[in-house]
Design a protein around this ligand. Structure first.
Ligand SMILES: [Zn+2]
Length: 683
C-alpha cells in the first residue's frame, strides 16, 4: 500500500511541474531555516581573523577549531552533514524494503530487489560460512588462461564484472557528432589513485602500504611466493604509471580527443588485439572511436605485449580479489580495510549497514531515488529551483553581453550555447528499469556480479546510437551537481537541494550565496577552459576569434598561477592547471550569484539583518557552503588527481578576485588582498 501511494505521488509531481507547479498538497514549508536564524550559523565564525587575511577561517574558524573528523570518515563539514541526512533517509527506505522482502510481502519489484540485496549483504553468517568460495571459481578462470589471446578476452570481460583492464572503454557523445555516442578508449590499469603515487617521493609510504597489501592478499589466496609476485605486480603497475598521462592532461580537450578508425588504432597500438578485446567487452564491429590518452594507450599496449603472462595473471588475480573482498568473509574485508586506512587516514571501518546502504545506492540507485524524491523532494522545491536557475542564466547572459574583451561574433556563439543549456532538476524525467536484474538474498557475490554486468549492458545499449539526454550520470539522492559537457546540460539532483545549499526558509542572500553559486558554477563550466571549446550543439569546435581566445587564456593562466601558490598540505601545492576548470567555475559562479541576487532586489536596497548587509550575508553563506575539515592523506589523494581544489581554497581562491567582496568587508590589505589590476576577470 505504502509503495503504490509513493509512486502515485511521483507522477502527480511530474504532472504539476509540467504545468505551473507548486500547488501540490504538500506539507507547509518550514518557516525557520535549518542553519542559524536566517540561514547561516554565525557561531562557526572566528571574528578575531581579518577577512582579508583568511576569509575561510573568518567564516569557519570557531568550527575548524573544534570539529572532529569521525574515525570512519576522511572529512567532516556541511557536505557530510547533508550526506548523513540522506544516508539516514535511504536507510529508512532500505529497512522497510528489507523487512518486506524477508516476509515475502514486498509490494513492488523495486522493494523486493532493494530488500533482497540488502538482506544478502547483511547476512554475515552466510558470508562467513561461504568464506572464499565465491572467489575461487573466479580465480580458477584466471589460472586456466594459457595464452595472451585468452587473457585479452578475460580482460575484456572484466569491463562488465570483477577485475581490472589495462584499457578503459565506454560510450560517450562523439565530439564531432554530439547527437551520437561513440566509443572512448583510454588508459587504465592502476590500483593506486594516480600515477604520482608510483613515481614521487611524497607517496612512498602509500606505495609501501600498497605492496604490503598485495602481499597479504596473495597470501590469503594461496600464492606460492607472495612477496616476489607482489613485487612483480607493483613493478608492472609502475611501468604503466610511467607511460600514463598526468591528471591535468587527461582533462585537456586539446590533447585528450583523438578520433581514429579501428584500423588506425590497430596500426598505432599493435600490442593488443583490439578486435578481440572489444568483442570480449561486448563491443562488436566498432568502425570508429575516440582515443583519450593517446601515447599512453600505445605504450600500455606495447607493455602488454612485453609482459610475461604469469605477471599479467597474478595482477588480474589480485585485482579480482580486491574487487570481490567487500562481499567476502571478515578476513578479506579486514585485509582490504587495512589498506584503505593507510591510503586515506581513516581509523575505523564504516558500520556494515552503511556499507550495505552504499551498495544499494551504487547498484539500484534509481530504485531508491524514485522513492527518495517522492518522500523528501517537494514539488515546490523544484519550482523554486526553476526560477533560481532562470535568474542565474540571465545573470550570465548579461555578463557575456557586457564582456568588453569579447568580439560580437564570440558573444553571439556564447549566448547561443547559454540559451540552449538544458537544465534538469531533482530527478530524471525517465526512470531506469531494473526488471531484468536478478537479485537473490542468498547470493551476494552473484548479485554484485550480475549488477556489474547489468550496468555495463545499460551503458553499451546506447553505443553508436542517439545520446539519451534523459539519462543521468548521478542518482537523484546524490549530494552533488554536474555539467554534462558535450550534452550541454546541467543537472541538479534532489540530494543537493536542501540546507545549507538550498533552504526555502532562508534569507535570499543565503540561497544565492550557496545554491546560486553552485548553479552559476555549473553554468560556467560551459565556458571554462575546456567548456569554451564545445559549441551550442555539443560539438568540439573553435568558435572564438584569435584575440578573444588569447584574452581568455591569459586570464585563465593567471588564475592557475594563483592556485599554484596554495599549499593545503605541507609540501604539496594545488595544481593550478588540473583545477583550472573548477576554479574558473567557482569564480564565475560566485560573480553570477551576486548579480542574480542584486537583480532579485529589483532596485530596492538589500535588508540589513543582524547588522550584516545583503552582500556580507551572501559571502558568509558561500563560505558556509564549503565548510570542511579533511585528513591530510585524503587531501593528498584529492590533490593528486581530483580537478576540484580543497574546499577551503574554493572560498579563499574565488573571493579574492571579486571586487564586491572587498567592498562588502572593507578589505584594503591582508594575506589574500589583490590589487584591482591583479584580480582575474574572466566572466
Ligand atoms: Zn564543477
Amino acid at each position: 500500500m505504502m509503495k503504490s501511494s509513493l509512486l502515485a505521488a511521483v507522477s502527480v509531481a511530474v504532472l504539476q511541474l509540467a504545468g505551473t507547479a507548486a500547488q501540490a498538497a504538500e506539507a507547509p514549508a518550514p518557516t525557520k531555516p535549518l542553519y542559524g536564524t536566517w540561514g547561516v550559523d554565525l557561531s562557526t565564525m572566528d571574528k578575531s581573523v581579518k577577512p582579508g587575511d583568511d576569509f575561510f577561517r573568518y567564516v569557519e574558524g570557531a568550527w575548524l577549531a573544534k570539529a572532529v573528523i569521525p574515525a570512519d570518515k576522511t572529512s567532516t563539514g556541511v557536505g557530510y552533514d547533508v550526506f548523513d541526512r540522506v544516508e539516514a533517509q535511504l536507510k529508512d527506505l532500505v529497512d522497510t524494503s528489507s523487512r518486506a522482502a524477508a516476509a515475502g510481502t514486498a509490494q513492488t519489484p523495486a522493494a523486493a530487489r532493494v530488500g533482497a540485496l540488502y538482506n544478502a549483504f547483511m547476512d554475515e553468517a552466510r558470508v562467513e560460512t561461504l568464506d572464499d568460495a565465491p572467489l575461487k571459481s573466479r580465480l580458477a578462470a584466471i589460472a586456466a588462461v594459457t595464452d595472451k589471446a585468452a587473457f585479452t578476452r578475460l580482460m575484456g570481460e572484466s569491463n562488465g564484472g570483477f577485475g581490472m583492464s589495462l584499457i578503459a572503454i565506454g560510450p560517450s557523445p562523439d565530439p564531432a557528432k554530439p547527437e551520437l555516442n561513440t566509443l572512448y578508449v583510454g588508459q587504465a590499469g592502476l590500483g593506486l589513485p594516480d600515477r604520482d603515487y608510483y613515481l614521487t617521493d611524497g607517496f612512498k609510504p602509500q606505495r609501501e602500504a600498497y605492496l604490503a597489501y598485495i602481499t597479504r592478499t596473495l597470501t590469503l589466496t594461496g600464492d606460492a611466493d607472495p612477496a616476489k609476485t607482489a613485487a612483480d605486480i607493483l613493478a608492472f603497475e609502475t611501468h604503466i604509471a610511467e607511460v600514463s598521462w598526468a591528471a591535468a592532461d587527461r582533462r585537456d580537450l586539446t590533447k585528450a580527443i583523438n578520433p581514429m578508425t579501428m584500423a588506425e588504432l590497430s596500426a598505432y597500438a599493435p600490442g593488443l588485439d583490439w578486435t578481440a578485446y572489444f568483442e570480449a567487452s561486448g563491443v562488436k564491429g566498432q568502425a570508429a572511436l575516440v582515443v583519450g590518452e593517446k601515447s599512453a594507450v600505445q605504450k600500455i599496449a606495447a607493455l602488454y605485449a612485453a609482459t610475461p603472462l604469469s605477471t599479467l595473471k597474478a595482477w588480474e588475480a589480485f585485482h579480482v580479489t580486491h574487487d570481490v573482498a567487500p562481499y567476502l568473509s571478515k578476513r578479506f574485508v579486514d585485509n582490504r580495510f587495512a589498506f584503505t586506512k593507510s591510503l586515506t587516514g581513516v581509523t575505523e571501518q564504516r558500520p556494515r549497514w552503511k556499507r550495505g546502504v552504499a551498495l544499494i545506492d551504487q547498484t539500484l540507485g534509481e530504485d531508491l531515488g524514485h522513492e527518495y524524491v517522492a518522500r523528501w523532494f517537494p514539488p515546490s522545491s523544484k519550482a523554486k529551483m526553476v526560477d533560481l536557475v532562470a535568474n542565474l542564466k540571465l545573470a550570465m547572459s548579461y555578463r557575456i553581453e557586457a564582456a568588453a574583451w569579447m568580439a560580437p561574433s564570440t558573444k553571439a556563439e556564447a549566448l547561443k550555447k547559454l540559451s540552449g543549456m538544458d537544465v534538469q532538476i531533482g530527478y530524471p524525467d525517465k526512470w531506469r528499469d531494473y526488471a531484468k536484474l536478478d537479485i537473490r538474498s542468498d547470493d551476494l557475490v552473484g548479485d554484485v556480479a550480475r549488477s556489474a554486468a547489468f550496468e555495463w549492458a545499460y551503458q553499451l545499449e546506447d553505443l553508436n546510437k542517439a545520446v539519451d539526454h534523459k539519462k543521468w550520470g548521478m542518482t537523484p539522492q546524490t549530494v552533488n551537481a554536474y555539467n554534462g559537457g558535450f550534452e550541454n546540460k546541467i543537472v541538479f539532483p534532489a540530494g543537493i537541494l536542501q540546507p545549507p545549499y538550498f533552504d526555502p526558509a532562508a534569507d535570499d542572500a543565503v540561497n544565492y550565496g550557496s545554491i546560486g553559486a553552485i548553479i552559476g558554477h555549473e553554468i560556467t563550466h560551459g565556458f571554462d577552459d575546456d567548456g569554451r571549446r564545445i559549441d551550442a550543439t555539443g560539438k568540439l569546435r573553435d568558435w572564438w576569434t584569435a584575440a578573444d581566445a588569447k584574452q581568455f587564456d591569459a586570464q585563465a593562466d593567471a588564475l592557475a598561477r594563483q592556485y599554484d601558490t596554495y599549499e593545503p598540505v605541507k609540501g604539496m601545492h594545488i595544481n593550478g592547471k588540473l583545477t583550472n576548470g573548477e576554479n574558473i567555475a567557482d569564480l564565475g559562479g560566485l560573480l553570477m550569484a551576486l548579480d542574480a541576487y542584486h537583480a532579485s532586489l529589483k532596485g530596492r536596497p538589500a535588508p540589513v539583518i543582524d547588522g550584516l548587509t545583503g552582500d556580507q550575508r551572501l559571502f558568509l553563506s558561500y563560505g558556509q557552503s564549503w565548510q570542511a575539515k579533511e585528513r591530510d592523506d585524503a587531501l593528498k589523494a584529492q590533490m593528486s588527481s581530483d580537478p576540484h581544489s580543497p574546499d577551503g581554497f574554493r572560498v579563499l581562491g574565488a573571493t579574492r578576485n571579486v571586487d564586491a567582496w572587498y567592498t562588502a568587508f572593507g578589505i584594503t590589505s591582508g594575506t589574500y588582498y589583490l590589487a584591482p589590476k591583479d584580480r582575474v576577470r574572466i566572466w
